[in-house]
Design a protein around this ligand. Structure first.
Ligand SMILES: *Cc1c(COP(=O)(O)O)cnc(C)c1O
Length: 385
């Protein structure tokens, strides 16, 4: 078998993206402007015509703005899964609030919904579900708990462009805000970038103001509206979280390909299922109902199921064969900052701790050819034989 080099992830950037970016550069308008406005409109149409989409320079920024707009502040508690990227927790700390960690459901790797209510206190203000790997959480169940306890819901939808559950796309539920990531490794990318989606006009308004220094009109309006262009009002100490038109021109091209990308990822995931199922490997959770649900397949999260080789050794051998893999995620309760600050112990999170011990994410992205995937499968079969 001839050695190949298969990185863990690669963006899928075509000539369309390159031409769009060049045309934006030639236009002279490089920061937030007409391309960003168009990207926001197209994104809102893509997920749901009745929402507003607000472009930001990362999902982390978007989650921060959404929580701030929901009034989360000092001393509040926000429920999050332990099995997520640290961004889901850090934005809670930005506002002086405290995350309260919940174990994952081993059958979905998403937050264990059965454990949410036992974590609710008089300080709890919000829940941030994470659609792990692109498998949508049961939003109806989460929204019902939130309604009962008067909590806000901000979805960390970093993995879900596009995902769907019970015929409802992520982005269409009655959550306060849904936040997407366009980081380099995500299903569609703008290099760095993110999008807040909300059907609540007050949240939309606050996010737009706080996205750009707490100024009540954005730069585009400032130069196109009839008021004098030099005039603006600062209404709060805002942030600098706006997305550039360079990034948005990339995003417009990527969004147009999102469904094609998802179909290709799903076909590749199906191939892993077909060709790896006889190995000592626990394959990722699938959607409950393929007729009504859609998995974005942002990640392909497996668990080794053998005593013959450790996870670390498996990753090393994959790397020796030129195949990049990763681990999603090191649960937050094992990270020094979160563990020490909140006195967290692995025994409080048995499912995520167990998953992490053997977790390994296989490469899955549209730039991988069928031959690349054949090679990855052959290497795995050789190591686990
Ligand atoms: C990537 C990711 C983020 C952060 O996205 P950025 O756009 O890089 O800020 C947040 N949450 C999860 C679950 C992620 O995977």
């Amino acid at each position: 078998m001839e050695k190949r080099f298969i990185p863990f992830a690669l963006p899928d950037i075509g000539e369309e993206e390159i031409n769009e970016v060049v045309s934006t550069l030639r236009s002279g308008w490089v920061t937030t402007g007409p391309k960003t406005k168009e990207f926001e409109q197209k994104f809102a149409e893509y997920v749901n015509a009745n929402v507003e989409a607000i472009a930001v320079n990362s999902a982390t920024a978007g989650l921060h703005l959404a929580l701030e707009a929901c009034g989360i502040t000092d001393g509040d508690e926000v429920i999050i899964p332990t099995l997520t990227f640290t961004a889901t927790g850090e934005i809670v700390r930005y506002l002086g609030a405290d995350p309260v960690f919940v174990d994952c459901d081993p059958n979905t790797l998403c937050i264990d919904i059965k454990q949410i209510e036992s974590k609710i206190t008089s300080r709890t203000k919000a829940i941030i579900p994470v659609h792990m790997a692109g498998l949508a959480c049961d939003m109806e169940a989460i929204l019902a708990i939130a309604k009962k306890h008067n909590l806000r819901v901000i979805e960390d939808a970093a993995h879900t462009c596009p995902s769907k559950i019970n015929n409802v796309y992520i982005g269409q539920h009655a959550s306060d805000a849904i936040v997407y990531s366009f980081y380099a490794t995500k299903t569609i990318t703008t290099g760095e970038g993110g999008m807040i989606v909300t059907s609540n006009p007050e949240i939309a308004k606050r996010c737009k103001v706080m996205r750009l220094h707490g100024i009540n009109r954005d730069a585009f309006d400032r130069y196109t509206s009839k008021k004098p262009s030099w005039y603006y009002e600062v209404v709060a100490p805002g942030y600098k979280y706006n997305l550039t038109d360079i990034a948005s021109s990339l995003g417009l091209c990527q969004l147009a390909k999102a469904d094609r990308f998802q179909a290709r990822r799903e076909a590749m995931a199906e191939r892993y299922f077909a060709e790896l199922s006889d190995l000592p490997l626990i394959l990722p959770p699938k959607v409950k109902n393929p007729a009504t649900d859609l998995h974005s397949w942002h990640l392909f999260c497996c668990q080794l199921n053998t005593d013959k080789i450790s996870r670390d050794e498996f990753i090393q051998q994959m790397s020796d064969h030129g195949v990049g893999t990763s681990v999603h995620f090191i649960p937050l309760h094992l990270q020094p900052y979160w563990k020490e600050r909140y006195q967290l112990s692995p025994t409080d999170f048995p499912a995520a701790s167990q998953y992490y011990k053997n977790a390994i994410s296989l490469p899955l992205y549209t730039k991988m050819s069928d031959e690349d995937q054949s090679y990855v499968i052959a290497v795995i079969r050789q190591i686990l034989a």
